[in-house]
Design a protein around this ligand. Structure first.
Ligand code: NDP
Ligand code: MG
Length: 388
Protein backbone atom coordinates (compact mmCIF):
# COMPACT_ATOMS: atom_id res chain seq x y z
CA UNK A 1 0.00 0.00 0.00
CA UNK A 2 1.31 3.44 -0.97
CA UNK A 3 0.21 6.54 0.93
CA UNK A 4 -0.24 9.52 -1.36
CA UNK A 5 -0.17 13.25 -0.84
CA UNK A 6 -1.86 14.95 -3.80
CA UNK A 7 -0.83 18.57 -4.29
CA UNK A 8 -3.41 20.32 -6.48
CA UNK A 9 -6.08 17.73 -5.65
CA UNK A 10 -8.99 19.82 -6.97
CA UNK A 11 -7.59 20.22 -10.49
CA UNK A 12 -7.87 18.13 -13.62
CA UNK A 13 -4.92 15.87 -12.72
CA UNK A 14 -5.75 15.87 -9.00
CA UNK A 15 -9.33 14.67 -9.48
CA UNK A 16 -8.28 12.03 -12.01
CA UNK A 17 -5.63 10.84 -9.54
CA UNK A 18 -8.43 10.26 -7.03
CA UNK A 19 -10.29 8.18 -9.64
CA UNK A 20 -7.17 6.02 -10.03
CA UNK A 21 -6.92 5.68 -6.23
CA UNK A 22 -10.57 4.60 -6.10
CA UNK A 23 -9.92 1.96 -8.76
CA UNK A 24 -6.90 0.51 -6.91
CA UNK A 25 -7.93 0.42 -3.24
CA UNK A 26 -5.47 -2.40 -2.40
CA UNK A 27 -2.49 -0.42 -3.75
CA UNK A 28 -3.16 3.26 -3.10
CA UNK A 29 -4.53 5.39 -0.30
CA UNK A 30 -4.62 9.12 0.35
CA UNK A 31 -3.06 10.77 3.40
CA UNK A 32 -2.98 14.41 2.26
CA UNK A 33 -4.69 16.72 -0.22
CA UNK A 34 -4.12 20.36 -1.18
CA UNK A 35 -5.93 23.07 -3.12
CA UNK A 36 -5.34 26.78 -3.48
CA UNK A 37 -8.84 28.27 -3.12
CA UNK A 38 -11.43 25.57 -3.97
CA UNK A 39 -12.06 24.64 -0.35
CA UNK A 40 -15.53 23.23 -0.89
CA UNK A 41 -14.32 20.74 -3.49
CA UNK A 42 -11.31 19.94 -1.33
CA UNK A 43 -13.46 19.24 1.72
CA UNK A 44 -15.80 17.09 -0.35
CA UNK A 45 -12.79 15.06 -1.47
CA UNK A 46 -11.73 14.80 2.18
CA UNK A 47 -15.16 13.46 3.10
CA UNK A 48 -14.83 10.65 0.57
CA UNK A 49 -11.11 9.88 1.04
CA UNK A 50 -10.48 10.65 4.74
CA UNK A 51 -6.94 12.04 4.51
CA UNK A 52 -5.01 12.83 7.68
CA UNK A 53 -4.43 16.41 6.42
CA UNK A 54 -5.84 18.88 3.95
CA UNK A 55 -3.99 22.08 3.07
CA UNK A 56 -5.34 25.31 1.60
CA UNK A 57 -2.49 27.37 0.18
CA UNK A 58 -4.39 30.67 -0.08
CA UNK A 59 -4.25 31.95 3.50
CA UNK A 60 -6.70 34.78 2.77
CA UNK A 61 -9.53 32.23 2.94
CA UNK A 62 -9.17 31.69 6.70
CA UNK A 63 -12.16 33.96 7.43
CA UNK A 64 -14.39 32.29 4.86
CA UNK A 65 -13.77 28.57 5.26
CA UNK A 66 -16.29 26.50 7.20
CA UNK A 67 -14.12 24.05 9.17
CA UNK A 68 -17.26 22.13 10.20
CA UNK A 69 -17.51 20.78 6.64
CA UNK A 70 -14.28 18.81 7.15
CA UNK A 71 -14.37 15.27 8.58
CA UNK A 72 -13.22 15.07 12.23
CA UNK A 73 -10.18 12.92 11.44
CA UNK A 74 -8.77 15.36 8.81
CA UNK A 75 -6.62 18.22 10.08
CA UNK A 76 -6.80 21.54 8.21
CA UNK A 77 -3.40 23.11 7.44
CA UNK A 78 -2.59 26.42 5.75
CA UNK A 79 -0.07 27.75 3.24
CA UNK A 80 3.40 26.51 2.40
CA UNK A 81 3.97 25.22 5.93
CA UNK A 82 0.98 22.89 5.41
CA UNK A 83 2.44 21.61 2.14
CA UNK A 84 5.80 21.09 3.85
CA UNK A 85 4.25 19.15 6.71
CA UNK A 86 2.24 16.84 4.43
CA UNK A 87 5.02 16.04 1.94
CA UNK A 88 7.68 15.41 4.59
CA UNK A 89 5.49 13.38 7.00
CA UNK A 90 6.69 9.91 7.88
CA UNK A 91 3.40 8.37 6.69
CA UNK A 92 3.79 9.83 3.18
CA UNK A 93 5.27 7.54 0.51
CA UNK A 94 4.50 9.32 -2.77
CA UNK A 95 3.83 12.97 -3.56
CA UNK A 96 1.69 13.62 -6.63
CA UNK A 97 2.84 17.05 -7.80
CA UNK A 98 -0.26 18.34 -9.61
CA UNK A 99 -0.35 22.03 -8.75
CA UNK A 100 -0.20 24.35 -11.71
CA UNK A 101 2.73 26.69 -12.33
CA UNK A 102 6.01 27.47 -10.59
CA UNK A 103 4.06 27.42 -7.31
CA UNK A 104 4.56 23.64 -7.50
CA UNK A 105 8.37 23.80 -7.32
CA UNK A 106 8.77 24.01 -3.55
CA UNK A 107 6.51 21.02 -2.89
CA UNK A 108 8.51 18.92 -5.34
CA UNK A 109 11.81 19.96 -3.76
CA UNK A 110 10.63 19.37 -0.18
CA UNK A 111 9.33 15.93 -1.13
CA UNK A 112 12.64 14.93 -2.72
CA UNK A 113 14.65 16.37 0.18
CA UNK A 114 12.61 14.15 2.49
CA UNK A 115 13.40 11.12 0.31
CA UNK A 116 9.85 10.69 -1.02
CA UNK A 117 8.90 9.37 -4.46
CA UNK A 118 7.42 12.03 -6.71
CA UNK A 119 4.84 11.47 -9.46
CA UNK A 120 5.26 14.64 -11.45
CA UNK A 121 2.49 16.35 -13.40
CA UNK A 122 3.80 19.82 -12.58
CA UNK A 123 6.20 20.16 -15.53
CA UNK A 124 6.97 23.73 -14.39
CA UNK A 125 9.00 22.20 -11.50
CA UNK A 126 11.48 20.88 -14.07
CA UNK A 127 11.29 23.86 -16.43
CA UNK A 128 12.21 26.24 -13.60
CA UNK A 129 14.32 24.03 -11.35
CA UNK A 130 15.49 21.19 -13.63
CA UNK A 131 19.09 20.90 -12.43
CA UNK A 132 18.19 21.17 -8.75
CA UNK A 133 15.22 18.80 -8.91
CA UNK A 134 16.99 16.07 -10.88
CA UNK A 135 20.15 16.32 -8.79
CA UNK A 136 18.14 16.03 -5.56
CA UNK A 137 16.23 12.99 -6.84
CA UNK A 138 19.46 11.29 -7.81
CA UNK A 139 21.31 12.16 -4.60
CA UNK A 140 18.48 10.92 -2.38
CA UNK A 141 17.68 7.88 -4.53
CA UNK A 142 14.08 9.05 -5.04
CA UNK A 143 12.00 7.97 -7.98
CA UNK A 144 10.82 10.92 -10.06
CA UNK A 145 8.23 9.56 -12.48
CA UNK A 146 6.38 11.56 -15.12
CA UNK A 147 2.60 11.88 -15.25
CA UNK A 148 2.75 14.02 -18.38
CA UNK A 149 1.49 11.66 -21.11
CA UNK A 150 4.39 12.26 -23.54
CA UNK A 151 7.02 11.58 -20.91
CA UNK A 152 5.15 8.57 -19.61
CA UNK A 153 5.04 7.29 -23.21
CA UNK A 154 8.81 7.78 -23.51
CA UNK A 155 9.45 6.01 -20.21
CA UNK A 156 7.22 3.13 -21.35
CA UNK A 157 8.83 2.98 -24.81
CA UNK A 158 12.37 3.04 -23.41
CA UNK A 159 11.47 -0.03 -21.37
CA UNK A 160 14.73 0.12 -19.44
CA UNK A 161 17.04 0.34 -22.49
CA UNK A 162 20.44 1.87 -21.72
CA UNK A 163 20.90 5.56 -22.54
CA UNK A 164 23.53 4.84 -25.22
CA UNK A 165 20.94 2.94 -27.30
CA UNK A 166 18.66 5.95 -27.64
CA UNK A 167 19.05 7.85 -30.91
CA UNK A 168 16.30 10.41 -30.23
CA UNK A 169 12.87 10.86 -28.71
CA UNK A 170 9.90 12.12 -30.70
CA UNK A 171 7.31 14.06 -28.72
CA UNK A 172 3.87 14.16 -30.30
CA UNK A 173 1.73 17.30 -30.21
CA UNK A 174 -1.96 17.50 -31.17
CA UNK A 175 -1.40 20.89 -32.82
CA UNK A 176 -4.13 22.39 -30.63
CA UNK A 177 -7.24 24.22 -31.82
CA UNK A 178 -5.43 26.44 -34.38
CA UNK A 179 -3.64 23.82 -36.49
CA UNK A 180 -5.53 24.85 -39.60
CA UNK A 181 -6.60 28.39 -38.68
CA UNK A 182 -5.37 30.96 -41.25
CA UNK A 183 -2.30 32.77 -39.85
CA UNK A 184 -3.82 36.19 -40.72
CA UNK A 185 -6.56 35.66 -38.13
CA UNK A 186 -4.25 34.80 -35.20
CA UNK A 187 -4.40 38.39 -33.85
CA UNK A 188 -8.18 37.99 -33.44
CA UNK A 189 -8.21 34.63 -31.63
CA UNK A 190 -10.54 34.82 -28.62
CA UNK A 191 -10.13 33.29 -25.18
CA UNK A 192 -13.10 31.04 -25.82
CA UNK A 193 -11.55 29.70 -29.05
CA UNK A 194 -8.20 29.10 -27.34
CA UNK A 195 -9.89 27.17 -24.52
CA UNK A 196 -11.46 24.68 -26.93
CA UNK A 197 -8.83 21.92 -27.11
CA UNK A 198 -9.58 19.28 -29.76
CA UNK A 199 -8.47 16.15 -27.85
CA UNK A 200 -7.78 16.82 -24.14
CA UNK A 201 -9.88 18.15 -21.21
CA UNK A 202 -7.40 19.97 -18.96
CA UNK A 203 -6.96 22.93 -16.61
CA UNK A 204 -7.14 26.43 -18.11
CA UNK A 205 -3.44 27.27 -18.07
CA UNK A 206 -2.23 24.12 -19.84
CA UNK A 207 -5.10 24.44 -22.35
CA UNK A 208 -3.83 27.88 -23.39
CA UNK A 209 -0.27 26.51 -23.38
CA UNK A 210 -1.44 23.82 -25.80
CA UNK A 211 -3.02 26.41 -28.11
CA UNK A 212 0.24 28.43 -28.30
CA UNK A 213 2.36 25.24 -28.36
CA UNK A 214 4.13 26.57 -25.26
CA UNK A 215 3.04 23.31 -23.64
CA UNK A 216 5.25 21.36 -26.06
CA UNK A 217 8.08 23.80 -25.42
CA UNK A 218 7.77 23.17 -21.68
CA UNK A 219 7.68 19.44 -22.45
CA UNK A 220 10.87 19.60 -24.53
CA UNK A 221 12.57 21.15 -21.50
CA UNK A 222 10.94 18.60 -19.17
CA UNK A 223 12.16 15.74 -21.40
CA UNK A 224 15.68 17.18 -21.47
CA UNK A 225 15.89 17.03 -17.67
CA UNK A 226 14.01 13.76 -17.13
CA UNK A 227 15.85 11.73 -19.74
CA UNK A 228 19.17 13.60 -19.83
CA UNK A 229 19.05 14.22 -23.60
CA UNK A 230 20.49 17.18 -25.56
CA UNK A 231 18.36 19.34 -27.89
CA UNK A 232 19.62 17.40 -30.96
CA UNK A 233 18.03 14.22 -29.62
CA UNK A 234 14.58 15.71 -29.02
CA UNK A 235 12.08 16.08 -31.87
CA UNK A 236 8.46 17.16 -32.08
CA UNK A 237 5.87 15.93 -34.59
CA UNK A 238 2.26 17.02 -34.94
CA UNK A 239 -0.14 14.10 -34.49
CA UNK A 240 -3.72 15.44 -34.41
CA UNK A 241 -5.43 12.31 -33.04
CA UNK A 242 -3.37 12.22 -29.78
CA UNK A 243 -3.28 8.41 -29.77
CA UNK A 244 0.50 8.01 -29.99
CA UNK A 245 1.72 9.85 -26.91
CA UNK A 246 5.38 9.87 -27.94
CA UNK A 247 8.07 7.62 -29.41
CA UNK A 248 11.65 6.54 -28.89
CA UNK A 249 13.98 5.90 -31.82
CA UNK A 250 16.87 3.56 -31.03
CA UNK A 251 20.34 3.57 -32.64
CA UNK A 252 19.43 0.62 -34.89
CA UNK A 253 16.54 2.62 -36.41
CA UNK A 254 13.76 0.84 -34.54
CA UNK A 255 11.02 3.16 -33.22
CA UNK A 256 8.84 2.19 -30.26
CA UNK A 257 5.65 4.16 -29.62
CA UNK A 258 3.08 4.10 -26.83
CA UNK A 259 -0.58 4.26 -27.90
CA UNK A 260 -3.76 4.74 -25.91
CA UNK A 261 -6.78 7.05 -26.07
CA UNK A 262 -6.19 10.56 -24.66
CA UNK A 263 -7.01 9.73 -21.03
CA UNK A 264 -4.66 10.98 -18.30
CA UNK A 265 -5.74 8.26 -15.89
CA UNK A 266 -3.39 5.86 -17.69
CA UNK A 267 -0.14 7.83 -17.23
CA UNK A 268 -1.23 8.79 -13.70
CA UNK A 269 -1.76 5.12 -12.86
CA UNK A 270 1.51 4.07 -14.49
CA UNK A 271 3.45 6.60 -12.39
CA UNK A 272 1.77 5.27 -9.24
CA UNK A 273 2.13 1.52 -9.90
CA UNK A 274 5.44 1.59 -11.83
CA UNK A 275 6.88 -0.78 -12.90
CA UNK A 276 3.69 -2.86 -12.56
CA UNK A 277 0.72 -2.68 -14.91
CA UNK A 278 -2.75 -3.26 -13.50
CA UNK A 279 -6.28 -3.13 -14.87
CA UNK A 280 -7.50 0.43 -14.35
CA UNK A 281 -10.14 3.00 -15.27
CA UNK A 282 -8.52 4.42 -18.47
CA UNK A 283 -10.40 4.11 -21.78
CA UNK A 284 -9.19 1.41 -24.21
CA UNK A 285 -7.94 1.81 -27.76
CA UNK A 286 -10.09 0.90 -30.77
CA UNK A 287 -7.80 1.22 -33.80
CA UNK A 288 -10.30 0.01 -36.39
CA UNK A 289 -12.86 2.68 -35.52
CA UNK A 290 -10.07 5.27 -35.44
CA UNK A 291 -9.07 4.29 -38.99
CA UNK A 292 -5.89 6.35 -39.41
CA UNK A 293 -3.10 8.18 -37.66
CA UNK A 294 -1.69 11.41 -39.19
CA UNK A 295 1.62 13.20 -38.75
CA UNK A 296 2.87 16.66 -39.79
CA UNK A 297 6.04 18.67 -39.41
CA UNK A 298 5.38 21.56 -36.96
CA UNK A 299 5.35 24.92 -38.75
CA UNK A 300 7.45 27.42 -36.76
CA UNK A 301 5.57 30.38 -38.22
CA UNK A 302 2.34 28.96 -36.81
CA UNK A 303 3.98 27.79 -33.59
CA UNK A 304 6.84 30.24 -32.82
CA UNK A 305 6.81 29.08 -29.19
CA UNK A 306 8.43 25.81 -30.17
CA UNK A 307 11.80 27.37 -30.90
CA UNK A 308 12.01 28.74 -27.36
CA UNK A 309 12.08 25.29 -25.77
CA UNK A 310 15.11 24.28 -27.77
CA UNK A 311 16.80 27.62 -26.92
CA UNK A 312 16.25 26.93 -23.23
CA UNK A 313 17.59 23.37 -23.48
CA UNK A 314 20.77 24.70 -25.13
CA UNK A 315 21.27 27.58 -22.67
CA UNK A 316 19.92 25.97 -19.47
CA UNK A 317 20.77 27.97 -16.30
CA UNK A 318 18.09 30.55 -15.52
CA UNK A 319 16.48 30.56 -18.97
CA UNK A 320 13.72 28.05 -18.08
CA UNK A 321 12.75 30.09 -15.01
CA UNK A 322 12.53 33.30 -17.07
CA UNK A 323 10.50 31.67 -19.85
CA UNK A 324 8.10 29.95 -17.48
CA UNK A 325 7.38 33.06 -15.40
CA UNK A 326 6.84 35.19 -18.51
CA UNK A 327 4.46 32.57 -19.87
CA UNK A 328 2.47 32.33 -16.63
CA UNK A 329 1.92 36.10 -16.62
CA UNK A 330 1.16 36.18 -20.35
CA UNK A 331 -1.45 33.40 -20.09
CA UNK A 332 -3.14 35.08 -17.12
CA UNK A 333 -3.33 38.44 -18.93
CA UNK A 334 -4.57 36.83 -22.16
CA UNK A 335 -7.35 35.12 -20.18
CA UNK A 336 -8.28 38.55 -18.78
CA UNK A 337 -8.41 40.01 -22.29
CA UNK A 338 -5.46 42.38 -21.72
CA UNK A 339 -3.18 41.04 -24.46
CA UNK A 340 -3.78 39.31 -27.79
CA UNK A 341 -3.09 35.64 -28.46
CA UNK A 342 0.19 36.12 -30.41
CA UNK A 343 1.42 38.53 -27.68
CA UNK A 344 1.86 35.53 -25.36
CA UNK A 345 4.82 34.22 -27.32
CA UNK A 346 6.15 37.71 -28.19
CA UNK A 347 6.27 38.53 -24.49
CA UNK A 348 8.01 35.24 -23.68
CA UNK A 349 10.64 35.83 -26.37
CA UNK A 350 11.38 39.34 -25.08
CA UNK A 351 11.71 38.28 -21.44
CA UNK A 352 13.82 35.23 -22.31
CA UNK A 353 16.20 37.41 -24.35
CA UNK A 354 16.54 40.20 -21.82
CA UNK A 355 16.66 38.34 -18.51
CA UNK A 356 19.80 38.46 -16.33
CA UNK A 357 21.24 35.07 -17.36
CA UNK A 358 23.14 32.89 -14.91
CA UNK A 359 24.48 29.56 -16.19
CA UNK A 360 24.74 27.82 -12.79
CA UNK A 361 22.03 29.28 -10.56
CA UNK A 362 21.15 28.32 -6.99
CA UNK A 363 17.49 27.91 -6.04
CA UNK A 364 17.48 31.49 -4.67
CA UNK A 365 18.77 32.82 -7.98
CA UNK A 366 16.12 30.84 -9.90
CA UNK A 367 13.40 32.22 -7.66
CA UNK A 368 14.69 35.77 -8.03
CA UNK A 369 14.76 35.41 -11.84
CA UNK A 370 11.18 34.11 -11.61
CA UNK A 371 10.21 37.26 -9.67
CA UNK A 372 12.14 39.56 -12.03
CA UNK A 373 10.50 37.98 -15.09
CA UNK A 374 7.01 38.33 -13.59
CA UNK A 375 7.56 42.05 -12.92
CA UNK A 376 8.95 42.66 -16.41
CA UNK A 377 6.15 40.65 -17.99
CA UNK A 378 3.51 42.69 -16.11
CA UNK A 379 5.14 45.90 -17.38
CA UNK A 380 5.19 44.45 -20.91
CA UNK A 381 1.48 43.58 -20.81
CA UNK A 382 0.62 47.08 -19.49
CA UNK A 383 2.53 48.70 -22.35
CA UNK A 384 0.73 46.49 -24.90
CA UNK A 385 -2.78 46.75 -23.44
CA UNK A 386 -2.52 50.57 -23.42
CA UNK A 387 -2.29 50.35 -27.23
CA UNK A 388 -5.58 48.42 -27.55
P1 NDP B 1 -5.83 22.73 -12.88
O1 NDP B 1 -5.89 24.19 -13.12
O2 NDP B 1 -6.99 21.89 -13.29
O3 NDP B 1 -5.57 22.46 -11.32
C1 NDP B 1 -4.53 23.09 -10.65
C2 NDP B 1 -4.47 22.67 -9.20
O4 NDP B 1 -3.45 23.45 -8.54
C3 NDP B 1 -5.76 22.95 -8.41
O5 NDP B 1 -5.89 22.01 -7.37
C4 NDP B 1 -5.52 24.34 -7.84
O6 NDP B 1 -6.29 24.62 -6.69
C5 NDP B 1 -4.05 24.27 -7.51
N1 NDP B 1 -3.40 25.59 -7.58
C6 NDP B 1 -3.64 26.59 -8.47
N2 NDP B 1 -2.85 27.65 -8.22
C7 NDP B 1 -2.11 27.32 -7.13
C8 NDP B 1 -1.14 28.02 -6.35
N3 NDP B 1 -0.75 29.28 -6.65
N4 NDP B 1 -0.59 27.39 -5.29
C9 NDP B 1 -0.98 26.13 -4.97
N5 NDP B 1 -1.90 25.42 -5.65
C10 NDP B 1 -2.45 26.01 -6.72
O7 NDP B 1 -4.50 22.21 -13.57
P2 NDP B 1 -4.19 20.79 -14.23
O8 NDP B 1 -4.62 19.70 -13.32
O9 NDP B 1 -4.65 20.80 -15.63
O10 NDP B 1 -2.60 20.84 -14.29
C11 NDP B 1 -1.79 20.63 -13.15
C12 NDP B 1 -0.36 20.41 -13.59
O11 NDP B 1 -0.31 19.23 -14.36
C13 NDP B 1 0.18 21.53 -14.50
O12 NDP B 1 1.53 21.71 -14.24
C14 NDP B 1 -0.01 20.96 -15.91
O13 NDP B 1 0.93 21.48 -16.81
C15 NDP B 1 0.24 19.49 -15.66
N6 NDP B 1 -0.40 18.60 -16.61
C16 NDP B 1 -1.75 18.58 -16.76
C17 NDP B 1 -2.35 17.74 -17.68
C18 NDP B 1 -3.84 17.65 -17.80
O14 NDP B 1 -4.35 16.80 -18.56
N7 NDP B 1 -4.61 18.45 -17.10
C19 NDP B 1 -1.54 16.88 -18.56
C20 NDP B 1 -0.13 16.95 -18.30
C21 NDP B 1 0.42 17.78 -17.37
P3 NDP B 1 -7.70 25.41 -6.84
O15 NDP B 1 -8.67 24.41 -7.43
O16 NDP B 1 -8.05 25.78 -5.45
O17 NDP B 1 -7.45 26.58 -7.73
MG1 MG C 1 1.68 16.48 -22.12
Amino acid sequence: MKNLVILGATGSIGTQTLEVVDALPDRLSVVGLSAHRSWQTLFEEARTHNPAWVTLTDGSLKEVVDGEALPDDSELLWGESGIHRMVTAEETDVVVAAMVGAAGLRGTIWALEAGKSVALANKESLVVGGPIVTELAERNGCSLLPIDSEHSAILQSMAGSPHREIERIILTASGGPFRTTPLESFEDITVEQALRHPTWQMGTKITIDSATMMNKTLEVIEAHWLFDLPAEKIDVVIHPQSMIHSMVEFVDGSVIAQLSPPDMRLPIQYALTYPDRLPGPARKLDLASLGRLDFEEPDLERYPALRLGFDVVKRRGTSGAALNAANEVAVARFLEGQIRFPDIVRLCEDILESHPFDSAPTLDVLLSVDQWARKEAEAWTRSVSSRF
